[in-house]
Ligand binder design. Structure first.
Ligand SMILES: [Zn+2]
Length: 100
């Protein structure tokens, strides 16, 4: 499972905290220490009443990775070219190995 990042807000002091599942066994507390989130890879423990907010940074990251149809085609063509070159280069060696 990939790394989880959540943004949450304390409903008492309005402090906004970001919790990262990569930080193992770390509880993120808000300023007033009434609310906390312990985010692990497979579970989330909450103390108090954290309000989970949409994490925009992660969304824009996904958007930035998205390729247009033309770019996807070009990327595939490039990958195929590289693969063909590797096959061409390695073929004599593979044939040699197959003989043994
Ligand atoms: Zn608070």
């Amino acid at each position: 499972m990939k790394n989880l990042i959540i943004k949450w807000k304390c409903d008492i002091c309005n402090d906004i905290v970001i919790s990262d599942s990569n930080e193992r066994h770390k509880i993120n507390w808000c300023k007033c220490k009434k609310t906390a989130v312990d985010l692990e890879k497979y579970y989330r423990r909450e103390i108090g009443n954290p309000i989970i907010l949409p994490f925009k940074k992660e969304k824009s990251k996904v958007k930035g990775k998205k390729l247009t149809q033309k770019e996807t085609k070009e990327a595939f063509a490039e990958m195929k070219k590289i693969a063909d070159e590797i096959i061409k280069k390695e073929m004599p060696l593979l044939k040699k190995l197959a003989k043994h």
